[in-house]
Design a protein around this ligand. Structure first.
Ligand SMILES: [Zn+2]
Length: 303
């Protein structure tokens, strides 16, 4: 049986909030089984479960809110927690947004690795997709369909020579995620950044925490992957779909989607209880690392 997991020990970091441009302290703390992923604003003493029922604004990031208190830019941290298999954790933050770090989920993967994982004595329940659920808005769509594994396939297309078309498909495991998805940074267009600044947003945004796309190319020194843009959309989609509250067994496909459509899909899934079932799964097989000595048969141990 696959069991729920929490962190072995508490870990923390500080960073800059993308919108306020102010320093934020973030702490991840171990939690008991069935606690789920919960955020706590330590400056105002409000706790918000990471669940679609507490969804707030969805313009340039995913926001959770409750009782008039909100936490912005939760999706990259949620994406890392989900993909590394952290079911129960308390996320403490002393301001209105999660630090943007380098614009990717890689710093959160490092933080979770530093904390280590601890299995809990309660089996993990997966949300297994039984029939397709789809949301369509104009030329954009997102769909979840049955599959034996959690896979994400994504296509983006923008009216920009660099980003006319990119697509990628990945079977999400802790390893594939850490290596191929987590390092992909968020991106924005230069003219959009200027508009955000005028509106008093993205004050903490810089080439240190986002890829900025100008008229003719990328303003940053270089990309981490040739298709870093679509990889980041996969990262975002995983974080947003984690608001379902259960790990997924199904195939997520999306084209030209974004936070609003990811959230609409999560809502559509919860509103269609005949489209899925909660199931337990056998524990994943233990993999012997290359170079580890093979266990010797008992009969030959004494020569
Ligand atoms: Zn993002």
């Amino acid at each position: 049986m696959a069991y729920r997991r929490t962190l072995k020990r508490g870990v923390g970091c500080t960073g800059i909030g993308l919108h306020t441009g102010r320093p934020v302290r973030l702490d991840l703390r171990p939690a008991p089984a069935e606690h789920g992923v919960r955020f706590r604003r330590t400056d105002v003493g409000v706790e918000i479960p990471a669940h679609i029922d507490h969804l707030g604004r969805l313009d340039h990031a995913t926001t959770l809110s409750r009782d008039g208190v909100s936490i912005d830019t939760v999706e990259h941290l949620l994406s890392a927690l989900y993909s590394l298999g952290v079911d129960d954790v308390l996320v403490e933050v002393d301001g209105p947004e999660i630090p943007v770090m380098d614009g990717s989920a890689a710093p959160f993967v490092i933080l979770i690795h530093e904390a280590g994982l601890r299995p809990l004595k309660v089996s993990r329940r997966y949300l297994k997709v039984l029939r397709p659920v789809e949301v369509v808005r104009g030329g954009k769509w997102a769909r979840l369909s049955p599959s034996d594994q959690f896979r994400v396939s994504y296509t983006i297309g923008f009216d920009h020579p660099l980003l006319r078309h990119q697509s990628a498909s990945v079977r999400v495991s802790a390893d594939t995620y850490a290596e191929t998805i987590a390092p992909a940074r968020t991106f924005g267009f230069l003219r959009e950044v200027e508009m955000l600044r005028k509106a008093g947003l993205a004050l903490g945004g810089s080439l240190e925490n986002a890829i900025v796309v100008g008229e003719t190319g990328v303003l940053n020194q270089k990309l981490r992957f040739e298709d870093e843009f679509v990889r980041h959309k996969i990262l975002d989609a995983i974080g947003d779909l984690s608001l379902l509250g259960h790990p997924l067994v199904g195939h997520l496909e999306a084209s030209k989607a974004g936070h609003a459509l990811h959230a609409a899909l999560a809502r559509a899934v919860l509103d269609a209880p005949d489209a899925w079932a909660l199931v337990t799964l056998p524990q994943l097989p233990v993999v012997t690392l290359p170079g580890a000595p093979a266990p010797a048969p008992l009969a030959t141990q004494r020569g």
